[in-house]
Design a protein around this ligand. Sequence first.
Ligand code: SF4
Length: 365
Amino acid sequence: MPSLYDLSLPELEARVVALGAPAYRARQVWHWAYTRLAASYEEMGNLPHALRARLAETLPFPDARVVRTAASEDGLTRKHLLRLHDGVRIETVLMLYDPRSDARGRATVCVSSQAGCAMGCLFCATGQAGFQRNLTTGEIVAQVLGFAREQRDAGGRPITNVVFMGMGEPMANYAAAWGAVERLHDGLGLGARHITISTVGHVPGIRRLAEARLPVGLAVSLHAPDQGLRERLIATAHRYPLDEILDACRIYTERTRRRVTVEYCLMAGVNDDPAQARALAAALKGMLCHVNLIPVNPTPDASIRRPPRARTLAFQRELAARGVPCTVRVEKGVEIAAACGQLAARTPTPRDERSVPVSIAGAVS
Ligand code: SF4
């Protein structure tokens, strides 16, 4: 059964009309859902009781319950472990940027697009745990609206950005991910430039994004300057050669006039050599892009370590010297296991969970 957030406004209108109510009732529901951030039909006081009851029966809110929350000491990063209707668990993270260092005062939600992931990145707890299932559009949207309600109830900043960088490969679940983009844009009112889809190099997905109606951001996780190393780090990298990924990125930049964010997870002794930085600069030559260097988060695999700071900065200098714009990512939430899959990996079996609906602020921690 679809959930409320699965439907576009025209689809919702059709559904409401099929229930015997006028189409304007759908616009009221839409307003309650995305502007007033209602968590149930009960809150929609200007709708007839009978319509609310029928909608609750036939078009429920997504069942996504917070079973665990971790927050960073500075209070700027908050991560929820959610349990969905069938018991699978996913993670979602809110990152508030300190207004003293981020003039825009961003409040960014990092959403999961799949439960688990089939891409098999060596350094990722989610990838090592395997794939469970695709999320629906509604389940992705619910992650954002849950945090939006918490922020509203706490008098905090509204959500300003959404990044598809949590569990899963969004391009492998393109239709649902794109549906969520449309709901966040058309319903919540987020600008396309404030939404970023991240991929580990899914070429057909990048090509589709290049032609999409909304110019959302693209982040591509390369992690290596050559195909051989990529295949060692990412179990599925053989599917899409690096050259094809870069060609697809160039098409994206030509069509959208937007730069690509290249994610590069730095691992000591694996991909952090200055010679590898030079090779990366050569591969990216002429491309409208920006490289984000991400010192790897701690993983259960002790052989994967983050490089010393000096090594990271040396890598950055090599790129900068060759005209490649590059920053070292601000690390947020390391102490709360904010890297995807880590909270799930550390959380006990469902029998031990205490749960509250995602719509309720002050989740269990
Ligand atoms: S890093 Fe992303 S693409 Fe790779 S396994 Fe983890 S969730 Fe999947």
